[in-house]
Design a protein around this ligand. Structure first.
Ligand SMILES: Cc1cc2nc3c(=O)[nH]c(=O)nc-3n(C[C@H](O)[C@H](O)[C@H](O)COP(=O)(O)OP(=O)(O)OC[C@H]3O[C@@H](n4cnc5c(N)ncnc54)[C@H](O)[C@@H]3O)c2cc1C
Length: 608
């Protein structure tokens, strides 16, 4: 039955039903589909029309890199809810291949174009929800539209990439069969342009498919939301798994060489040959419709909405990648292309349209990316943003706890950085890396919730989290972070950082055998067990910065020194955080937290 003519239900015969509210939703994936389904659950009578330009609604674009890599073999697995489900279970009129091309806010109508036929029809609405998502950045560079260069945004994009890869493979297989020289398998080369999470996911999947992958990134680091020292660890991890990195270099042009091979030419004068190029240069909000309709846009170029996802027109709502959102930590407007916020915003818009007083709380950019078995995750603000904002009321700690109790097999170290306000201990941000990906996820997810609830580091001390030895520790890394940070703020553990050790007395309290692994030039070694007996060897008139492996023994030593009236500080994160600084300078160095793997040969670009 055509849902537009669905009979009203649950009303006494003879009673005239109130006019049905008509809601049109533009965009049928994360934000749009969430909004549509939620609205139906709240309002059985509303007439809901969801239009989607592409061929599918409600598909999992987050799974696309893994479908290309073969981890998700079937394309159909990506289709979370079909058109049919929306029609039959939700009584929603879904039209795929249908593009909203113009809005008339005063008349409250939308023009819809049938993508196949070009026919345009006009539909009126009581409420309109814009969920058009974002557009992949596609700069007008020479050769950017050559065959073999792809974006990864939609199911058809993924299909095209898979077909391109398979075509190359079958061509080569045929050649092997013909020549019989199976051993000479030509190396397939891929260039991924862009070091954000989609670029990195694509790089990993292409490595798994046997490609020799070069990742070109204009910034001097991958994963911009991470602070540089953490990004360096990720970069070293990528390099160890065969990805060639070309940082601080932007793409200038693409060319096609003899035999159809592509060439990615950079501003730095390098040229990387490629059989496949993936463009992952980021996205910008799709505001074309909103702009043409005269809706207000924000300072970052997204659609401006209030806490109820209402645009500057009270009958039009907007959600997802297309809107600007308030960053809950910095209080600034930001653009964020993430599925969680898009889904939540879709629900908020539905609630408000259904007459509820829902509000979107803002976002803090919580995200995670899996990388060759490990993971990098973050939430809230990073240190470089705080520095850019001139915020000096903040402190950071580094911790290197085990992913679960060290005595239970399989524990792996985590790298954890937590930022908090000095004046009141309010949590500001956190970053975590580790080869135990679920453990990274667990800690950043817990800290993300804490940040959203406005928690302090003192709350982290008290947090009651799951514990059994295979999952965590009685003092979970989240508790541990709270305890360390609270010790700092209570003055029990004065803190120092490796970037500010000039002119200080460096005291290393590790055992002599540990110095063989790595030592600090100029540091005096007095093992913790001997410290009380050798206090006389330490200066009374200088700051003493205390070093151990990760900070724990340095803390105990610092307490001993403070009780003895000496000016002592713990070097945050000890030798483990010092190793991060070494990695920051040298991308081929490894950090103890990430498993070593043989380093591949350096990239071999050709100079133009
Ligand atoms: C490869 C990839 C991997 C990702 N991985 C993650 C991840 O791991 N975690 C995470 O949080 N986020 C991830 N994201 C981001 C996440 O998918 C988006 O943030 C989210 O989908 C945004 O939801 P949205 O509803 O705003 O837009 P979309 O989900 O992009 O949906 C917008 C839809 O609107 C349609 N549309 C646009 N204009 C019109 C029009 N005029 N008429 C009709 N239809 C229109 C488009 O065709 C599109 O289908 C990933 C994205 C990609 C591309």
């Amino acid at each position: 039955m055509d849902v537009r003519h669905r009979p009203h239900t649950g009303r006494a015969p003879g009673v005239n039903p109130p006019a049905r509210r008509k809601v049109i939703i533009v965009g049928g994936v994360a934000g749009g589909a969430s909004c549509a389904a939620r609205l139906r659950r709240l309002d059985e009578d509303a007439e809901i029309l969801m239009v989607e330009r592409g061929p599918y609604v409600s598909y999992a674009n987050c799974g696309l890199p893994y479908h290309i890599g073969g981890v998700i073999p079937k394309e159909s697995s990506l289709l979370v809810a079909s058109e049919q489900v929306f029609r039959e279970q939700f009584a929603i009129d879904v039209r795929t291949g249908c593009e909203a091309v113009a809005i008339a806010p005063r008349a409250r109508t939308v023009d819809l174009r049938n993508v196949a036929t070009g026919e345009v029809t006009t539909e009126s609405y009581d409420a309109l929800v814009l969920a058009p998502g974002a557009v992949s950045i596609h700069p007008p560079l020479p050769g950017i539209d050559l065959p073999g260069i792809f974006h990864v945004r939609t199911v058809p994009d993924a299909r095209a990439i898979r077909e391109w890869i398979e075509r190359g493979t079958s061509f080569l297989t045929g050649m092997f069969n013909y020549s019989g020289i199976q051993a000479i398998k030509p190396l397939r080369r891929a260039v991924v342009v862009g070091g954000g999470f989609i670029g990195l996911e694509m790089a990993e999947n292409l490595v798994h498919l046997g490609f020799d992958v070069t990742l070109v990134e204009m910034l001097d680091q991958v994963l911009a939301p991470l602070d540089r020292e953490f990004a360096r660890i990720v970069e070293a991890h990528l390099v160890r798994h065969g990805v060639h990195l070309a940082l601080s270099d932007g793409v200038a042009a693409f060319a096609q060489r003899e035999g159809g091979v592509l060439e990615v030419q950079t501003k730095g004068g390098k040229a990387y040959p490629a059989d496949l190029v993936i463009l992952a240069l980021g996205v910008r909000p799709d505001t074309a419709l909103a702009r043409a309709a005269g809706l207000a846009l924000g300072e970052r170029g997204g659609i401006r909405v209030d806490e109820q996802m209402r645009t500057s027109d009270p009958h039009i709502f907007a959600v997802g990648d297309a809107v600007e959102v308030k960053d809950v930590v910095t209080g600034r407007w930001s653009l964020l292309a993430l599925a969680g916020p898009a889904n939540r915003q879709g629900r908020v818009a539905a609630d408000v349209i259904a007459g509820r007083d829902a509000r979107f709380r803002g976002t803090q950019g919580t995200a995670i990316v899996g990388l060759f078995g490990g993971a990098a995750a973050w939430t809230g603000v990073n240190e470089k943003t705080l520095q850019k904002l001139g915020n000096t009321d903040c402190e950071k700690i580094y911790l290197f706890p085990n992913s679960h109790a060290g005595y239970y097999p399989g524990a792996k170290p985590l790298e954890l950085k937590v930022l908090f306000r000095k004046s009141d201990g309010c949590l500001l941000g956190a970053q975590a890396l580790g080869l135990d990906a679920p453990a990274v996820d667990k800690r950043i997810s817990a800290l993300a919730m804490a940040i959203q609830m406005g928690a302090t580091i003192y709350d982290l001390e008290e947090a009651e989290l799951c514990y059994a030895p295979q999952f965590g520790s009685a003092k979970d890394p989240v508790n541990f972070a709270g305890m360390v940070a609270a010790d700092v703020l209570r003055g029990d553990m004065p803190l120092a950082h490796w970037t500010a050790t000039n002119g200080t007395f460096l005291l290393d309290v590790r055992e002599p055998v540990e110095l063989a692994v790595g030592s600090v030039p100029g540091a005096v070694n007095i093992p913790l067990g001997q410290l009380r007996a050798r206090l006389g060897e330490l200066p009374r008139n200088r700051d003493i910065h205390v070093i151990c492996r990760s900070g724990q023994r340095a803390y105990m030593a610092t307490r001993v020194l403070m009780h003895a009236g000496l000016r002592a500080r713990v070097l945050s994160g000890g030798m483990m955080s010092r190793a991060m600084l070494v990695v920051t300078e040298d991308t081929t160095a490894s950090h103890p937290g990430w498993s070593p793997a043989p380093a591949p040969p350096a990239p071999a670009p050709q100079t133009r």
